[in-house]
Design a protein around this ligand. Structure first.
Ligand code: SAH
Length: 362
């Protein structure tokens, strides 16, 4: 039997693993508690398993995690980990502490195929899907590095699938990972505290509603199709009407819970009064929350962020339509950990490595 990586297994998968060995399902409970509650990945320390079983497992169950390339801490307490997933690729995971919560921003793919015009990950193109183990490992590694294991109170209270990649284009691995985040024997987060953000892969939104329960955020960014076609090209396949229909169905399946609509504020592109009114009319009466995201510039993007007065005016107009609207704080920008900034650092770093190799400077 070839060794299996624990982190590549769902809860069900681990139970089947033990069933094949002729062990009772509660072995899965024991091992999951060790790993996800206590942060223990050494079989020798799993003292409620018999010595014989531990010996047997040593050859067939491994606990393999990706390695951390670097950890950067921002002035505001935001922490960014650069995590190596294979020889060629790194991904980034970001922890954002706030007074009443701690949010972990998790990546789902290396790069991204969607090429939204204002997103630096899109500029990198698509690398590959992350495996279940690479996704859930990000949460485990963050918990360990934050010193959570063994503590009473959670440090990571929320997970958002808003790192690199389009989570709905890596559907199976992302939904399995989110199930482990919510599982009582996993990280035990409630449905409302695990959020998937999508650029609008409409068929997968319906599939998601039938697969697992999580909060949904949608990267809307424009109030009409011609503008959205230019900013979020997947809109050409799934236009706004179809997207909102899917969002409505999703909300209905989830007890009417609101959908969060993300709207990146790009100066003179999508931030006029008219844009605000159009968005207000579009979403009026919809089970929606709106999250205005100040655009984070990166070299060569060709965009700038809306001014503060324009941002505030935009928000006020939306509130006139009865829409709950908040402006997201920019966090971690001194370490390039802000929204849409992640890959900039990876690419810059890769380039630096290459340059250093070429010049012999270390
Ligand atoms: N692919 C998913 C999740 C990843 S991006 C999605 O599109 O939702 C998470 C959020 O950051 C999205 O709303 C995305 O549009 C936004 N974003 C990307 N680049 C940005 C930038 N440079 N400034 C601000 N927000 C950005």
């Amino acid at each position: 039997m070839q060794a299996v990586n624990f982190f590549s297994l769902t809860h069900e998968g681990l139970r089947s693993f033990f069933a094949v060995l002729g062990e009772k399902p509660f072995r899965a409970t024991q091992v999951m508690k060790w790993v996800y509650h206590h942060g223990v990945i050494e079989l020798d320390l799993m003292t409620d398993l018999s010595k014989d079983l531990r010996n047997q497992l040593a050859d067939i169950l491994v606990f393999e995690l990706p390695t951390i390339e670097s950890e950067q801490v921002s002035n505001d307490g935001t922490i960014k980990w650069l995590i190596r997933v294979d020889e060629k690729n790194c991904i980034e995971t970001v922890f954002i502490p706030e007074i009443d919560r701690g949010t972990l921003c998790v990546s789902s793919q290396v790069g991204c195929a969607l090429d939204c015009s204002f997103c630096s990950t899109g500029k990198q193109g698509f690398g590959r899907n992350l495996t279940l183990s690479e996704i859930i490992s990000q949460v485990w590694i963050a918990n360990r590095n934050l010193g959570y294991f063994g503590q009473r109170n959670r440090i990571i209270t929320n997970v958002v699938m808003m790192g690199m990649g389009e989570p709905l284009l890596n559907f199976d691995n992302v939904t399995k990972a989110m199930d482990l985040m919510k599982d009582d024997l996993g990280f035990g987060l409630s449905t409302k505290r695990v959020t998937l953000s999508t650029a609008g892969v409409v068929p997968a939104i319906d599939k998601l509603a039938n697969t697992t329960r999580v909060s949904l955020a949608v990267s809307l960014h424009a109030p009409n199709n011609p503008l959205r076609d230019t900013l979020v090209p997947i809109n050409r396949s799934f236009p706004i009407e179809k997207l909102l229909d899917a969002c409505r169905r999703y909300s209905e399946t989830n007890n009417g819970d609101p959908i969060t609509f993300e709207y990146v504020m790009l100066a003179n592109i999508n931030d006029s009064k008219e844009n605000a009114h159009e968005l207000g009319r579009l979403l009026r009466g919809f089970p929606a929350k709106i999250n205005l995201i100040p655009f984070n510039p990166f070299p060569g993007s060709g965009y700038t962020c809306s001014s503060r007065p324009d941002l505030d005016r935009f928000r006020e107009i939306l509130m006139e339509y009865g829409l709950i609207t908040i402006t997201r704080k920019t966090r971690g920008d001194d370490i390039d950990a802000a929204c849409g900034q992640l890959v900039g650092q990876v690419v810059a770093k890769a380039r630096r490595h290459q340059m250093n190799a070429e010049t012999g400077i270390r």
